[in-house]
Design a protein around this ligand. Structure first.
Ligand SMILES: *[C@@H]1O[C@H](CO)[C@@H](O)[C@H](O)[C@H]1NC(C)=O
Length: 366
């Protein structure tokens, strides 16, 4: 039989052993390191700098001094920042100012051209307000800024695209999303290779429009149409059935037709979702086919008076086997054959709150 002292010793040893073993086990099992990527996409802004900032603040991407606070988040803007409203110039300046801070923070900024950027580039000023021209410092200044010699013409050519594939994670074969101002048409002849072909044609058309001597603005001058020398392939980008103007995914009422188009596009382009602006719904972000197609134009500008909105995607990968390894700079290390639980949450964000559009959860091997 143990006496009282021996009992106390025995219990003390047992507790000590339990603590030591417990700490070893805990050390062998640190918390799992999940990969997390957030993406925010914003539709047509039409010259409203106040609502542009309000939307970016609502999405927690900039602070009250317009500084990037989105960290590694991705921001996509799907074009039509110009025309109708007064402050297009300020929107392009804001995007240009954010570009370096976003990159330095490890984030990504994708800016896309809409049909209205192209209209201004080819001298079609029918939707330019007098107040916009005055804010710009007169038509001459505006025409110069929007040329090959001007800062905005150069910025559009260097840092804007006509369509964009955005990957949700940096591993080979990671899911990607397609962003275009209008609707991609499955039978559009220059869809592939995606997105390079459309962007090549878009850039060469844009360059023609921005090359002096530029078309004198219409009105008051007569409408000149597409720049002289435009090839049929370049013209197809600006066509009514091309990626800048077509509305099929947004306005064809028959759901079956649209979902068949979406499936064809997903297959051809190798993307998970097809996202665009251009066709406003003043109350909500419109999702079709279970979120395969998402139309994010809610008429944000005061010129329309629609609801402030942003599309938010939160993508996480949680390791199944290991614990997830980080490199020295904190980036997630992906190794072929690793298994993860993939979760993609898609929300429409409004000032009144978030609304769920889709959630995907599945196990994947990368
Ligand atoms: C494009 O963006 C980069 C920053 O990523 C910037 O340094 C550059 O000046 C921009 N290009 C033009 C022509 O504005």
């Amino acid at each position: 039989m143990l006496n009282r002292t021996q009992w106390i010793l025995f219990v003390a040893c047992a507790i000590a052993l339990w603590l030591i073993l417990g700490s070893i086990v805990r050390e062998e099992k640190p918390p799992r390191q999940a990969f997390r990527q957030r993406l925010v996409a914003v539709g047509d802004l039409h010259g409203d700098i106040r609502n542009t900032k309000a939307v970016l603040r609502m999405a927690k991407l900039i602070d009250e001094h317009d500084k990037w606070v989105g960290g590694t988040d991705i921001l996509v803007q799907t074009g039509d920042n110009i025309d109708r409203g007064t402050y297009a110039l300020d929107i392009y300046r804001l995007m240009a100012q954010l570009r370096d801070p976003i990159r330095d923070a490890g984030g990504q900024l994708y800016t896309i051209l809409g049909n209205h950027e192209y209209m201004d580039a080819i001298g079609d000023w029918r939707y330019v307000s007098k107040a916009d021209i005055a804010h710009w410092g007169g038509p001459k200044q505006r025409l110069h800024d929007l040329s090959l010699d001007g800062w905005l013409g150069q910025e559009w050519l260097a840092n804007y695209t006509t369509t964009q594939r955005v990957h949700l994670a940096p591993f080979k074969g990671a899911p990607s999303l397609s962003f275009t101002h209008g609707s991609l048409r499955p039978s559009y002849p220059h869809l592939l290779p995606y997105p390079d072909r459309i962007n090549e044609l878009g850039a060469s058309l844009l360059k023609r429009g921005l090359t002096p001597p530029m078309a004198p603005p219409h009105p008051p001058n007569p409408y000149r149409g597409l720049p002289e020398g435009t090839t049929p392939a370049e013209a197809s980008v600006y066509d009514g059935e091309g990626p800048l103007w077509w509305r099929g995914l947004a306005d064809v009422p028959d759901e079956k037709t649209v979902c068949a188009w979406a499936a064809e596009l997903q297959e051809k382009l190798g993307v998970r979702r097809i996202i665009g602006g251009h066709t406003p719904d003043f109350e909500r972000i419109v999702d079709r086919c279970g979120g395969d197609v998402i139309i994010i134009d809610t008429g944000i500008s005061y010129a329309y008076g629609g609801v402030l909105s942003a599309l938010e995607i939160i993508y996480t990968l949680t390791p199944v086997d290991g614990v997830g390894e980080l490199s020295a700079d904190g980036a997630h290390i992906f190794r072929e054959g690793d298994r993860y639980v993939e979760r993609e949450e898609v929300y429409a964000v409004y000032q009144r709150g978030k609304k769920k559009i889709a959630v995907v959860e599945q196990q994947i091997t990368i």
